[in-house]
Design a protein around this ligand. Structure first.
Ligand code: F0G
Length: 354
């Protein structure tokens, strides 16, 4: 076991675990909540924090939920797990599957998942089925397969995934001493916004927090079914993690939005890339494009008529920038400067030959 408790041990009393539940951890959770140095002032809120979920063992928030799903799958005597994924769920399932010797099967949309995520699933030794179709089609296939085979479904339609992911909300309240006013979060399959809302409301009902935040969810403009009010057949966005046209937790996300007096809106790819580069260059935080949708959304709040002055806001940065090196390479627009390896050549280059 890791030295720091994983989320099951840390929040055991809030999770459905018993003495029969095996102890499972890869050291997930307890991720940094980092104060903004620049963007917060630019939007004019009181406090802005980024929750760095990319610091989880496989580089995304999925580990919080996966650890619970795996513990319960082991408890139930399962030997196989399956998921559909835009990349991060498959990386997480493959890691925990490897650690606990579960046969792991992942279905991903062919050619549409970021390189780092695919590399992870390969390294951890999962069996990878690249489907000729979308994430939504892959998930629908997986939901059919689990009816026919003895295999555990570890997508967020598995309630234990949501249970584990709600611990992100607990950590924020534990660290700030209260709930923030707003939580900004990217929305894809809509499991995470559901989980955070569950976490905040549970903490409030147990007396750990006085209030709950307004849930501000952001979809990518080319993949915004909840905003448009209908499924999107061919979702398209640079943020491949949230390229989803028919989210499984659609209704729960709307409930989180409505009960919290929040909103679910959309940000386009230019806004996502702009936020992604600002996070890297003004805050020193490299997240993946889907994660930057939370900050792109925050930057848009004043324009959407939301007053952020005096507010404490947390943006969930769901995944690590290293997951998607291709986007950084293409969109950061930095040219390599080639030079001979001697002092004169380097000095010449730096001084422009003067
Ligand atoms: N951010 C990242 C980095 C993600 O990987 C995902 C979802 C989301 C945000 C959206 O979270 O689906 O709970 O609304 N990734 C899933 C996957 C779909 O397969 O890895 P959500």
């Amino acid at each position: 076991m890791p030295m720091l408790p994983g989320v099951i041990e840390r929040y055991r009393e809030f999770l459905e675990v018993t003495d029969a539940t095996p102890s499972v951890s890869l050291g997930e959770g307890s991720t940094p909540l980092v104060r903004s140095r620049s963007i917060g002032d630019a939007v004019g809120c009181k406090n802005l924090y980024f929750k760095l979920e990319g610091c989880n063992p496989t580089g995304s928030f999925k580990d919080r939920g996966m650890v619970m799903a795996i513990a319960k799958a082991l408890e139930a005597g399962r030997t196989r797990i399956i998921c559909a994924s835009t990349g991060n769920t498959s990386a997480s399932a493959a890691a925990y599957g490897a650690r606990y010797q579960l046969e792991t099967l992942v279905l991903v949309p062919a050619g549409e998942i970021a390189l780092g995520k695919l590399a992870q699933a390969m390294a951890y030794g999962a069996r990878i089925l690249a489907v000729n179709g979308s994430f939504d089609q892959a998930l629908s296939a997986v939901r059919g397969i689990v009816e026919l085979m003895d295999i555990e479904l570890v997508n967020s339609v598995n309630p234990y995934r949501i249970q584990g992911q709600k611990t992100g909300a607990f950590e924020i309240v534990d660290e700030l001493g209260e709930a923030p006013d707003f939580l900004c979060i990217p929305v894809g399959n809509a499991g995470n916004i559901t989980a955070y809302w569950k976490g905040f409301t549970e903490y409030q009902s147990k007396g750990r927090a006085e209030s709950t935040p307004r849930m501000m969810g952001f979809q990518a403009a080319g993949a915004a079914p909840i905003v448009l009010g209908e499924p999107v057949a061919r979702p398209e966005t640079i943020a491949t993690a949230i390229r989803i046209g028919n989210p499984a937790s659609w209704e729960q996300a709307e409930a989180a939005r409505d009960e919290s007096k929040g909103m679910i809106d959309m940000v386009d790819d230019n806004e996502i890339v702009d936020a992604y580069l600002r996070l890297a260059r003004e805050e020193g935080i490299f997240c993946e494009p889907a994660s930057a949708a939370s900050v792109a959304g925050l930057l848009k709040l004043p324009e959407l008529g939301v007053d952020v002055s005096g507010k404490t806001i947390v943006c969930i940065l769901t995944g690590n920038g290293l997951k998607d090196p291709g986007t950084a390479e293409k969109r950061a627009l930095v040219e390599l400067e080639y030079v001979e390896p001697d002092i004169d050549s380097v000095m010449n280059l730096l001084t422009g030959g003067k």
